[in-house]
Design a protein. Structure first.
Length: 89
């Protein structure tokens, strides 16, 4: 319980200074926010999609404090930027 208390205090301190952790899994790789440490072939997800995260990325407002360390997929279909209104029915 002592470790949980310290972790809670640490998280509340981060929140006090508007430090936000960002989850990267499922996002498209962005070299401005992520640091790729490995590429894996995965045909089930879009090309350049993040499939694993080793360390979370942190930022204050729009300023990056630490990039997320991630594993990026390759070999899958090209990512689509279509929205439902772009698709013809």
């Amino acid at each position: 319980s002592g470790v949980e208390n310290v972790l809670g205090l640490f998280r509340s301190s981060l929140k006090k200074f508007d430090v936000v952790a960002e989850t990267a899994v499922g996002q498209q790789f962005d070299p401005n926010k992520h640091e790729a440490i490995r590429r894996v072939e995965d045909l089930s997800v879009a090309n350049n999609e993040i499939v694993e995260e080793y360390h979370k990325g942190y930022h204050i407002n729009e300023k990056l404090l630490r990039p997320a360390l991630v594993v990026v997929a390759s070999g899958g279909p090209a990512p689509t930027s279509e929205t439902p209104s772009d698709v013809e029915g």
